[in-house]
Design a protein around this ligand. Structure first.
Ligand code: SF4
Length: 92
């Protein structure tokens, strides 16, 4: 019976705090904002680095390019710190 008591003491020492939730991966835009910051008042749709593929999908030239939807970009997204106005656009 003494051995059982030792096992109980062993498991009682195991911490009961819940495990931390798994870290969420940052989205491509969050990665750009984390590395380069944001440009207030600007959208990716007005940036010179926004590409349009032959199928009409938008991609950021300064982010890694793939042929998949994971790197599709949106014109309405908040511009990152690398924002460069397209020709004919002026800063506010
Ligand atoms: S602002 Fe330009 S460089 Fe920055 S994420 Fe948008 S498209 Fe890419």
């Amino acid at each position: 019976m003494t051995a059982l008591t030792d096992w109980d003491a062993l498991f009682a020492a195991v911490p009961t705090t819940p495990a931390a939730p798994p870290a969420r991966r940052l989205t491509p835009l969050e990665q750009m904002h984390q590395v380069h910051g944001v440009t207030p008042g600007q959208r990716c749709g007005d940036c010179a680095f926004l590409l349009t593929t032959y199928l009409g999908y938008f991609k950021c030239e300064r982010f890694r390019l793939t042929h998949g939807p994971g790197t599709d970009w949106r014109k309405k997204w908040q511009a990152c710190g690398l924002f460069q106005a397209t020709e004919g656009e002026s800063d506010p």
